[in-house]
Design a protein around this ligand. Structure first.
Ligand code: RTP
Ligand code: MG
Length: 138
């Protein structure tokens, strides 16, 4: 298994609830390495590009409204098999399927305000890292 990079983002609800430190701690304890990070307000155009795979879904506007509603903490993390393992650490999208011990299972009870985003495949990771960090990568 090769060393991978993934894009993770603490969503506005997670930043407001001050769980950024806990989330960083979980990934550091697992042995992953942070390669880039920034606290930022999300321009609507960036949010729409980020979630473009969902643009025909009924929840798209609500999703973009939510992601642009307050600062997010965007990050690039690196490690062995991190794309899949980060998704496991995040927990399922549906709150009733998010296991206790996962980030969403510990913090989220709704499908819309679910604390964290993580790339879902190598191609998404590559696209999202370029989209959010462009030339800023360390
Ligand atoms: P994310 O992209 O944010 O990491 O979440 P995900 O992969 O677990 O889920 P995805 O299917 O990509 O959906 C993106 C976000 O859209 C919201 N959603 N709402 N109302 C609904 O049925 C619904 N379905 C999805 C969620 O907030 C999800 O994180
Ligand atoms: Mg997704």
């Amino acid at each position: 298994m090769a060393i991978e990079r993934t894009f993770l983002m603490v969503k506005p609800d997670g930043v407001k609830r001050q769980v950024v430190g806990d989330i960083i701690d979980r990934f550091e304890r697992r042995g992953f390495v942070m390669r880039a990070a920034k606290l930022m307000n999300v321009p609507r155009e960036l949010a729409e590009k980020h979630y473009e795979e969902h643009k025909e879904k009924p929840f798209f506007n609500e999703l973009v409204d939510f992601i642009t509603s307050g600062p997010v903490f965007a990050m690039v993390w690196e490690g062995e098999n991190i794309i899949k393992l980060a998704r496991v650490m995040m927990g399922a999208t549906k709150p009733e399927e998010a296991q206790p011990g996962t980030i969403r299972g510990d913090y989220a009870v709704t499908i819309s305000e679910n604390v964290i985003h993580g790339s879902d495949s190598p191609s998404s990771a590559e696209r999202e890292i370029k989209l959010w960090f462009n030339d800023e990568l360390v």
